[in-house]
Design a protein around this ligand. Sequence first.
Ligand code: MLT
Length: 203
Amino acid sequence: MKHIFKQGSQTSAPTLVLFHGTGGTEEDLLSIGEMISPASSILSLRGNVLENGMPRFFRRLAEGVFDIEDLVVRTKEVYDFLDEAAEKYSIDRHNMVAVGYSNGANIAGSLLFHYEDAFKGAILHHPMVPLRDKKLPDLTGIPVFIGAGRNDPICPAKESDDLDALLDGARALTHLHWENHGHQLSRTEIEAAAVWFSKHFKS
Ligand code: MLT
């Protein structure tokens, strides 16, 4: 997968794996990664799917309606890529924390829904439930930050509540953070994620 890797100053800090939103690139979340954990290595991915020229991590049939078959294939594609990247860049595969926004949060959420060892933790900005009626793996103790907007038209409040409940049911340590905004990613939400990160991942 097309990506950027930046070596961090502290090898013990988790590597942040960044996933952009629809129409974004691997450049988009670099400054956010820096705000969340300045000492971390960064592995920032570009989604392999194009929707009218806009990169995404998996296909959708309509706004908010996912192509589940493609989602499952793409989820494995990312999982396999993370294994390869860990080897290539000599980083600890078991010390990766996802940071995703919108479509990127949805693929990161799907990785959590499919694999118990995809990530050590995850920051999901404005995610939806990636797929329903799936038995989740055991996510005991994995911290997950969910950033949501009370007026988010793309990701209604119920999606955030449902995702929180599903991950909680799999024993993840969820933290649901609400903003009074829409789908945009605000500075206060990123700052809240950074505080949450330093609480859970002291490097
Ligand atoms: C998705 O397709 O993943 C969600 O609708 C969010 C987005 O617009 O990317």
